[in-house]
Ligand binder design. Sequence first.
Ligand code: NDP
Length: 319
Amino acid sequence: KVVCVTGASGYIASWLVKYLLQRGYTVKASVRNPSDPKKTEHLTSLDGAKERLELFKADLLEECSFDSAIDGCEGVFHTASPFYHDVKDPEAELLDPAVKGTLNVLSSCAKSTSLRRVVLTSSVAAVLYNGKPRTPDVVVDEAWFSDPNICKELKLWYVVSKTLAEDAAWKFVKEKGIDMVTINPAMVIGPLLQPTLNTSAAAVLNLINGAQTFPNSTFGWINVKDVANAHIQAYEIPSANGRYCLVETVAHFSEIVRILHELYPDLQLPERCADDKPFVPTYQVSKEKASSLGIEFIPLKIGLKETVESLKEKKFVSF
Ligand code: NDP
């Protein structure tokens, strides 16, 4: 039972590595910088890591970089992809690593004779943005695909990167006859294993760190433990196929603030929206397919509490 996890030091990947080790897998983990303890110590200290975790240096932008990490694996979990909003050069910082990086990883997969399935960490970013209205009565499902041109016009560069990467992946695996499943999570919350701050946990940190306003945005939310588990289920269940959206609840930031207030009544939280436009409406995302993987859907309130407690423990915030 040998599998590869790309971008293993990341927020979602760290939980994935932890659960894979727990389930008895041998994990070949790719990281950009194996000599940086901030990127590796939380992995090498996991139960089972001493015996069954091997680190590999690999970069999405270097051709053949993933060959040795993927060689001999039956499963490949490709999670590595930059997730930032604040970029100067979207092409170089987001699009190239996402798209070329995914093709790079899949090219290594195509060379493998042991590979059974690839699980690609995509996103609801590759699902939601197709120009169709999203309102409380609309149910989004796996048949939705974001339109890269609409996303480019809106300058949603991270969304563009995930949309183009997933699209390129489907084309590549079809041509090469590779079995691939994608996991399409919404905004991921829950405890951090890594010592560094990732973008989705930062969205919660911003609210509890003295901000005056909350964004006028509505997102789906999902717990990191459900996301990691879904990756493994999608790998292990032979009939798993296609895409799996992962959303526990869709909620506007005003609702997130309301729940945080319920959890931490003494905490100073933003009282106003960042603009005076009507709140961006909520919508629904079908749980039907993800439920077939046996996902628990840990409630949003628990995920928010876990995130805040973890941010406190890791000293990103003190109260
Ligand atoms: P992190 O930022 O914690 O992880 C991203 C990982 O990608 C890191 O390990 C990072 O490596 C790696 N990476 C970035 N650029 C490169 C590169 N050029 N070469 C090699 N590795 C690279 O974010 P998440 O865990 O949140 O994201 C993991 C995946 O999940 C991504 O594909 C993201 O798009 C997707 N996702 C995340 C969601 C969320 O809300 N968190 C929601 C939906 C999808 P390094 O540690 O060296 O920087």
